[in-house]
Ligand binder design. Sequence first.
Ligand SMILES: *Cc1c(COP(=O)(O)O)cnc(C)c1O
Length: 233
Amino acid sequence: MDTADRLAHVRERIDAAARRAGRDPAGVRLVAVGKQFPVERLRDIVRAGHRRLGENRVQEAESKAADLAAAVEWHLIGHLQGNKARRAARIFDWVHTVDSLAVARRLAAGAREAGRSINLLVQVDLAGTRERSGVPPEDLCALLSDLAREVALPLRGLMTLPPRTPTAEGARPHFRHLAALARSAADEGLLPPHPDLSMGMSADYEIAVEEGATLVRVGSGIFGARPAPPVNG
Ligand SMILES: *Cc1c(COP(=O)(O)O)cnc(C)c1O
């Protein structure tokens, strides 16, 4: 199978998972994660009509965006350092990894300068062990109210990278937990009535869709095994 075939295959599995859960497949958007793959590989799916791409580093996304020169919706899925936020604001349409008021303020300042808007998702660290970046669940409401009050960018929902579990099925309770957190935040008016849920990767996106994901982030399931990461940079 080539890359475009694998993308179509992932999309079919998403649609099937949505139907199993009684959901409209159109309510699940697929973010193709091209991090560490050369831009030519991304071009394969952009040519096939896919326009939603995820990257975890600002610099890599900048260079790919320049090379692709296509109208792409860029999603930042990696941790964002404050000192890169203004640059991130020039290219990303979605940032999935907001975990502090400070970084969101910088994104807002950058977006204002660039005359654009950015959709924000707050990353939640469900294990609360600091194994992952993100805000622990007990601090979520406070951060959401700070963001709503002080940051003039649309706050769309929540994202998580669940704690590592031996099987994909082990992620299910974490996805369910994130969905419950989003629901209660929406009930309190801290998120929109139908908040976005960014959850699920190659190993577990079908489970995430069954549990309510609206954005799934799939890399190796589309592009194959990633080349080794660069040593630095
Ligand atoms: C790399 C990455 C993905 C995609 O991972 P795959 O297992 O290759 O699908 C999804 N989300 C985040 C946050 C990532 O860093």
